[in-house]
Structure formats: C-alpha cells, structure tokens
Design a protein around this ligand. Structure first.
Ligand code: NAD
Length: 341
C-alpha cells in the first residue's frame, strides 16, 4: 500500500485539526472524504482540503475507496462508528474515550478483537508527546527507583469554556473524569504498569456554576489507591485564567520526574504598563500539536505495516472503567472500589 486512503468523521474542535494534519503533514495519508453534520465545516473542508463531503458516515464508508477512518465525532458515537467501519473492512483510529456506555464499549472491544486483521488505535496522544515519552524511558530504566506517588494536573483555559459548554450541551461529554482526566489515568497506568483499586473523588462548580445545569463538574479531583500502597492524585478542570495547564510529577524512591512547563505560547515577552507578560497557550491543540501529528503518523504507518498499535483496546476499557469509578465517587461522595474486567 503506497498511501493510506482516509475518511475523517467529525470536523469540530479536534476533527478539523486532525484532518488538517493528515492533509498537510502526513505524506503517507491521502484524505479522500470527510463527514460532519455541520455544513459550514464541510464547505471549509471541501474548499481547503479538496475532499468529498458527507453528512452520513455510513454513506461515506460505503461509497468511498478508503482504507481507514479517523473518528473524531462526539464520544457517544464511537462504538457504533467503529463497529460499522470494521465490518466494512476499514482500519480505525478512534478518539478517546472509547465511548460513554460501558456495555456498548465492551461490545465494541469484542468487535475489535474479532477483527485482528484491522488496525484499531485509540487517541491517547499524550503517549506520543516527547516529554512524556522521555519520562517513560526514565521510569522504565528505574532512574527514580520505585514509584511512590503521582500528581497530575489537566486544566483547560477558561477561554475554551464557551466551546466546551456547547460541546457538553449538544452531546454527553461523559463528565470531567471521563472526558478530561482519562488522559492522566491512562498515563498513570502506562508509567506504573498497575491499576488502581480504589478511589475517593470530589468535584465542584465554583468557577463555572452554569455547568451544574448540564450535569458537569467544572473541576474534578481524584485520589487513586494502588494495591502496593502507591497513591496518585489528579485534578481536571476547565477554569485556568492564564492558559492550558497540563503537568505531571512522578515521585520515586530515588528521585522525582516533573513533566511540566509554564504554558508560554512562544519566546515572546511583552513589556508594557501591565508589567512583564509571557502570553500563554490557549488550547490543548497548541500544547500537544507534536503529539497529535506523531500519533496519526504512527497510525498510518501501523496501517501500512498491518501492525497493531501499542495502545490496546484493553487500555481504553480500563481507563474508562477507572474514570467512571471516579465519577461515581464524586457523585455519591463515597469511596469506590475499582473493579476491572
Ligand atoms: N485527544 C484529545 O485531547 C481530545 C481533545 C478534544 C476532543 N477529543 C475527542 O474528540 C471527539 C470530538 O470532540 P470535539 O471537541 O472535536 O467535538 P465537536 O463537537 O467540536 O465536533 C464534533 C464533530 O462531529 C460531527 N458529528 C456529530 N455527530 C455526528 C454524526 N452522527 N455523524 C457524523 N459526524 C458527526 C460534528 O458535526 C462535528 O464536526 C470527542 O470524543 C472528544 O473526547 C479528544
């Protein structure tokens, strides 16, 4: 296979970024078609990417000569779209999380396992970020000894509140733990190679009371306990006044690793009567641009080599089960035992 013919489903906050990367930066990918409900997004894609457009994903999959689909539609659609694409003989890249309903996700996982000849890759892109990868090497080489504790922050800028509120009003996002903290849950599993057994989680809407009306916590905090006594705490939120704040600290018996930076946009410093200001990154797509490109390059090369991704569907199922346990704990106020399949 010289080039991988691709169809993209979803052209919203992230889908347009993925489509643009596939068209402009990934030479082994050939985007033939895109699908979205929003006509203005389709018009933009037709004009800028020169692709065929659809409002019905089944029609796109049935009609177009594509090898793979990249699913960036709202989370609740991931299981049905993945199953349809696999049944049609397509390879699938699917954004995180796998889905919202656990039963649907388990059926999706069975479906994926029943199609071992098709590549399935899940969009845990932080595993492709150079800093997180470097940290993984250090952890695996025992540079910090045994992990004692992990702290993770994932806070979106408040400038994204309007688009998030629209997303969560139009669709079920899954809530802060399933939609946002799942990235850190996956990383914690990746670094520790262990699963937590218990969580006590909390949430609040102090910074965005309006999110309560749509059943969302703006801020979610989870404590995860592991069988060997190791502990992780993570906070997810959407309220950062200054920009996109994502960081992690891994404390070990012989040292620590911190994966963090002030979220500065670039090397510009502004000197005015307001003081000395470093403008900050305002979106996840800026912070993780390199990771988003690398993960799609990885997917395309996996398809070409007919090789399964390092991120397994079990990783997606377990991360979702853990995130759902955090959600249950925050909603009930109870400590929740985490039971994984
Ligand atoms: N990896 C990350 O960091 C990251 C970041 C943002 C979003 N995401 C994930 O990407 C997915 C999309 O999120 P978003 O913020 O881009 O959403 P969005 O609401 O901005 O865009 C959704 C897109 O899907 C289309 N769509 C909706 N229903 C559809 C259907 N039935 N058939 C075809 N197209 C349909 C919409 O028209 C729109 O183009 C979600 O699962 C989200 O969790 C991941």
């Amino acid at each position: 296979m010289e080039k991988v013919n691709v169809g993209v489903i979803g052209l919203g906050r992230l889908g347009m970024v993925h489509a643009d990367h596939l068209v402009s930066l990934i030479s082994d990918a050939n985007v033939l078609a895109v699908c979205a409900l929003d006509q203005s997004q389709l018009d933009y894609a037709k004009e800028n990417f020169g692709v065929n457009t659809y409002q019905n994903y089944k029609e796109m999959i049935d009609k177009e000569d594509i090898d793979a689909v990249v699913i960036v539609a709202p989370t609740g659609f991931h299981p049905e779209m993945t199953k349809y694409a696999l049944d049609a003989g397509k390879h699938v890249f699917c954004e995180k999380p796998l889905g919202l309903d656990m039963q649907e996700v388990k059926e999706m996982a069975e479906h994926i396992k029943a199609h071992p000849d098709k590549v399935f890759q899940l969009g845990f892109m932080r595993r492709f970020d150079e800093s997180y990868r470097h940290a993984k090497e250090l952890v695996d080489n025992k540079q910090i000894g045994d992990i004692i504790y992990i702290r993770a922050y994932g806070i979106d800028p408040i400038t994204g509140m309007e688009s998030f509120t629209k997303f969560a009003t139009d669709n079920d996002s899954g809530g802060i733990f399933v939609d946002m903290c799942i990235h850190d849950i996956d990383l914690i599993r990746w670094y520790t190679e262990m699963d937590p057994v218990q969580t006590w989680s909390l949430g609040n809407n102090i910074a965005a009371p309006q999110l309560k009306e749509i059943g969302e916590f703006e801020t979610g905090v989870a404590t995860l306990k592991f069988d060997n006594g190791m502990v992780a705490t993570l906070i997810g939120g959407r309220h950062a006044a200054h920009g996109n704040q994502v960081e992690m600290e891994i404390m070990g018996s012989h040292g620590w690793i911190r994966i963090a930076q002030e979220p500065e946009k670039d090397f510009v410093t502004l000197f005015t009567d307001a003081g000395v200001v470093r403008p900050s990154m305002q979106s996840f797509s800026e912070r993780f641009e390199q990771a988003f490109i690398t993960e799609l390059k990885d997917f395309i090369s996996n398809v070409k080599a007919n090789r399964q991704s390092d991120i397994s569907v079990e990783d997606g199922v377990k991360a979702l089960q853990i995130a759902k346990a955090c959600k249950e704990s925050a909603e009930t106020g109870e400590i929740v035992n985490i039971v994984l399949d």
